[in-house]
Design a protein around this ligand. Sequence first.
Ligand code: SAH
Length: 260
Amino acid sequence: MTGLAGRVYLVGGGPGDPELLTLRAVHLLQKAEVVVYDHLVSSAVLDFVSSTAERIYAGKRRNEHTMRQEQINGLLVKLARDGKQVVRLKGGDPFIFGRGGEELQALAAQGIAFEVVPGVTAASGVSSYAGIPLTHRDYAQSCLFVTGHLKDGSADLDWHNLVRPAQTVVIYMGLGGLPEICRQLMAHGAPPSRPIAVVQDGSIATQRVVTGTLADMPEKVLQAGLRSPSLTIIGEVVRLHDALAWFNPLATEATATVRC
Ligand code: SAH
């Protein structure tokens, strides 16, 4: 990709398994001159970046903001002004808890050309690999995506809305605040027996799924030693995990060997 005018491609890298990349994402990763990526992007996805492309790590791990958001915005503007074809690569989908909108606003304000390539967001990819359908005619007619990132230890969430029956709640960035989230949901009327799952590293070899109830989940997660990135799924659909879990990375490896 060469040319006078620089352009920024805001690309979703999916939840981790590179097979979930879109064709457009793969095409752009192979043609990019510069790739600016976040920590959530899996190493297997980065393997698709052209060997000649410059790679810039923008960080964004919680509590470890390697580059401030304004610095990232400024970097993208500068690279595009230098005439570069830039891929801004994010985990999941760039428009879902990804600050993709903020970065595009900065580019638009400077008259920089851009495109957006959606990715499989964690809610979709991680729940699929955990065998937990987000909706099901018997269990959930709607699904909410919320962030559980707590400010000063308390989450400013619409708890009354989150405790409704017959819906699934997916919480991004909710691991640290899990005890408070479970406590608030029960305080706002959710039954302590409501099923909940926490999935770490969804769609990659280190995936772990822990299921329980609002009452016992904080302790279970502590015992299991789950770490970030983890996605929380709350609702009756979690009951389906036992019957529908299909992704066992080790078993998948063995199956793949047989198929070859
Ligand atoms: N834009 C991303 C979300 C960024 S917020 C997307 O669309 O998926 C980061 C949060 O996403 C993490 O804290 C975690 O809650 C969730 N997440 C992303 N990838 C994940 C994965 N592979 N497994 C579990 N959770 C994941």
